[in-house]
Design a protein around this ligand. Structure first.
Ligand code: ATP
Length: 506
């Protein structure tokens, strides 16, 4: 059905159209050009009224409204449509723009399932459903999961706009494909994630496996306390690492270093305090007897590593360790497959893994060195060769390291209003056009702009809500307070009856 006609000047990249009804920004349409069907995206939509133009006061506005209501030709729907390429070529994955612009007078048609289905919802196994097109809601939106494992992913949005919902959706699909996913969960958002055979665990750090400077970080020695750093470094010997009782051996070694080394008694004693403190405060996290924590990750499963109990520095050291080890395991596995491995050690992670880092701006910050950033950049650069994909999730894209962000081959961007966040994303993602960028502040919860290699074309979609996901949703303080009130009554009553019982017993 014809819904518009090309008018005015027309270009190979965009046309202006007079339409029969208002069209939504983000809607796909077909331009029935002289050279074949072209897919277009509504980029601008303007409605004007002849009668209500140049109105000078309220009375005139009221009168003009009556005139406008009576005149069926009063409203004018003008639309700017961006040209995406020839439809048949896009359906085969090629983006070819017309050399000659569509002629003025060319008809604009509604896009059908047959036109769009192949482009936005290919049916092969690696394309997983993520939702539907926001403006053509009958069309399924799918993403290519292979591309995010090989070329990485960023999920960026203001808080509460649906980042963890999207992560949960991806996790479900990965689980159904028997893939290996590791989520570093900084706010304990995924404990109740409803995926089969999920492996949920507290992230642990085995102090024996750390280099001395990292051990200093996790027991929270001050960075510039040089003498304490040295005391720990010298005491943290191979025999301490191998000893049965790690903490005791480390303490003895530190004590003896303090005695033997002139001018270090006080520093060693401070290190001993720190060790004692860490041993008690972080007993759940720093575990010298947990073996290699990477061994606890299960292949072919969704693994959620709760890092919410770790301090920022500990989480950083922990994440860096996991990333380094995972990359090494994948390298060994790939080399072994190619018959180039020099180690006889049996490798874990024989198939690709996907790692998601929540709160990426904390661990991969702009303008500041962190170990996680070092390893994340390495994974971002080398992951493609070795089958380790990185997913970064953040509500503050402006604070993420731009180099790492620009290595993310695919992006899901939800509502973002801050200008500097938008600019940072725009400079990291070439395929984010100005028009799509301008859409970001008007998106609703669960709406996302998808760009990059995981989609055939940039698209605006509404992501499916993961209904059974209990995590992440805002808590209902009012209802919980009313429950607490009831509990208080019960508590009061039961205490009363106990007091009565006690009196009777007396
Ligand atoms: N696609 C969606 N459709 C409908 N509702 C959604 C969708 N995605 C998320 N929501 C709702 O929005 C709320 C916040 O979602 P979510 O926890 O995923 O956001 P978030 O961006 O991860 O937030 P935070 O930054 O606080 O972690 C939830 O209550 C969720 O049910």
């Amino acid at each position: 059905m014809t819904i518009g006609v090309v008018i005015g000047e027309s270009r190979p990249t965009d046309v202006t159209v007079q339409s029969s009804k208002p069209l939504s920004v983000g809607e796909y349409v077909i331009i029935d050009s002289q050279d074949g069907k072209i897919l277009g995206l509504v980029e601008k939509s303007i409605i004007s009224s002849e009668a209500l133009t140049d109105v000078r006061n309220f009375d005139e506005a009221v009168e003009s409204k009556e005139v406008a209501d009576l005149n069926s030709r009063d409203k004018n729907y003008k639309v700017k449509i961006g040209i995406l390429g020839f439809l048949d070529k896009l359906q085969r994955g090629q983006m070819i723009l017309p050399a000659v612009p569509p002629l003025p007078g060319t008809s604009i048609l509604e896009a059908t399932q047959k036109d769009l289905g192949v482009i936005f919802g290919p049916s092969s196994e690696e394309w997983i459903r993520i939702g539907s097109l926001l403006r053509n809601s009958s069309i399924e939106a799918r993403i290519n999961i292979n591309k995010i494992v090989s070329r990485h992913l960023a999920i960026l949005a203001m808080t509460g706009m649906g980042k963890s919902n999207l992560v949960s959706l991806i996790a479900r699909h990965v689980a159904s494909l028997n893939g290996t996913l590791i989520i570093f969960d900084y706010h304990n958002d995924y404990e109740n994630l409803d995926v089969p055979k999920m492996n949920y665990m507290m992230a642990k750090i085995n102090p024996r496996l750390l280099p001395a400077d990292k051990l200093a970080e996790v027991i929270e020695l001050r960075e510039n306390a040089d003498k304490q750093q040295r005391a720990l470094r010298e005491s943290f010997t191979e025999s301490v690492k191998q000893s049965k009782d790690f903490w005791q051996a480390l303490e003895e070694s530190t004590r003896s270093f303090g005695h033997m080394t002139k001018g270090y008694a006080d520093s060693a004693s401070r290190v001993l305090d720190k060790i004692d403190d860490a041993k008690h405060r972080f007993s759940d996290i720093l575990d010298p007897d947990c073996g290699d924590p990477v061994e606890l990750i299960k292949e072919g499963r969704v693994n959620v590593l709760n890092i919410s109990e770790l301090s920022e520095r500990q989480a950083n050291a922990g994440l860096a360790y996991y990333l380094q080890e995972l990359l090494q395991h994948r390298k060994n596995a790939v080399w072994e497959k190619k018959g180039k491995s020099s180690t006889k050690k049996s490798n874990k992670f024989l198939a690709p893994v996907f790692v998601i880092i929540e709160e990426a701006h904390v661990f991969i910050p702009k303008g500041e060195h962190t170990d996680t950033k070092y390893w994340a950049s390495k994974v971002a650069r080398e992951g493609r060769k070795f089958g380790i994909g990185l997913g970064v999730v953040s509500q503050r894209p402006r604070n993420i390291d731009p180099n790492v962000l620009s290595q993310m081959g695919s992006l899901a961007i939800m509502k973002i209003v801050q200008d500097d966040d938008q600019q940072q994303i725009a400079s990291a993602a070439e395929s984010l056009s100005k028009d799509l960028l301008s859409q970001l502040s008007s998106l609703n919860i669960g709406d996302a702009v998808l760009i990059g290699q995981w989609v055939n074309l940039p698209s605006i979609v509404h992501v499916d809500e993961v209904k059974s996901k209990k995590s992440g949703s805002d808590l209902n303080a009012v209802s919980e307070w009313s429950q607490t009130d009831k509990f208080k009554e019960i508590a009061k009553e039961s205490t009363k009856s106990m007091i009565q019982k006690d009196l009777l017993l007396d």
